[in-house]
Design a protein. Structure first.
Length: 241
């Protein structure tokens, strides 16, 4: 008799668990978890409206049925977005975390100015000068067939980006222009107008450190106006007059 009671109790408990599971499942699909808010974090250069447009109509969707990975892939279609992650915040919020692409250079092109990041990805085209302190790059051709979000494949640009990547944070604001010619020789033009010749060698860090030391040297400052260029091709500063 006790065995029958035990079996009956087990059946009741199992049935109760099933009912609770079904009830919980139905609850998660109810209007209680319909998305009411979308919070976008990490934006500086991208307009929030542009991200909202890429997300599409998500408000009113059930939070548990929302595909966060698919939404993140949509957001990454924006040329200024490097990484995106979408997460759910119970009970009613979707949070979009964005890591933007950072512009590092402006390529002077025939039709205007082209903004690129450290990977050479095209970010934006500008008909007039944008409000940014990024160095200007000349000697690099941007073909008409490439658009925002695409990587510009160019040996010249790769060399320029390598140089900028090796420059210290204090050196970057001093660089007005980076010019690279057809044979790969690199020339810097500082914001003061001073020409700096770096040659073909891609070990720029040492040369840039020497340049940084030189331009802050008091003796150099006293004769700077009489200097026409600084030649660092051989790795040792040569002042041309």
């Amino acid at each position: 008799m006790s065995q029958i009671k035990a079996n009956t109790s087990f059946i009741y408990i199992a049935a109760l668990i099933c009912l609770l599971a079904v009830g919980l499942f139905m609850f998660t699909k109810s209007d209680f978890f319909m998305l009411q808010e979308v919070r976008i974090e990490g934006l500086e250069n991208v307009a929030e409206e542009e991200i909202v447009k890429l997300l599409g109509t998500v408000k009113g969707q059930n939070l548990f049925l929302t595909d966060t990975k698919a939404l993140a892939q949509r957001v990454k279609l924006h040329p200024l977005v490097n990484e995106a992650a979408v997460r759910k915040e119970l009970p009613l919020t979707l949070v979009v975390d964005i890591q933007e692409r950072i512009p590092v250079a402006l390529i002077l092109n025939e039709d205007g100015v082209v903004e690129v990041d450290k990977e050479g990805t095209i970010l934006r085209f500008h008909e007039t000068w944008p409000k940014t302190g990024s160095p200007v790059v000349t000697g690099v051709v941007v073909p008409d067939t490439i658009g925002p979000g695409q990587k510009l494949v160019s040996k010249q640009l790769d060399k320029v980006l390598l140089l900028l990547g090796q420059a210290s944070p204090s050196m970057i604001p001093l660089i007005g222009e980076v010019n690279i010619n057809e044979v790969g020789q690199v020339f810097l033009f500082l914001n003061t107008g001073m020409e700096v010749r770096l040659g073909h060698d891609e070990e720029y860090a040492g040369k840039l450190n020497l340049l940084n030391e030189l331009i802050y040297n008091e003796e150099y400052k006293s004769i700077e106006k009489s200097i026409k260029y600084i030649d660092l091709t051989a790795g040792k500063p040569v002042l041309g007059r």
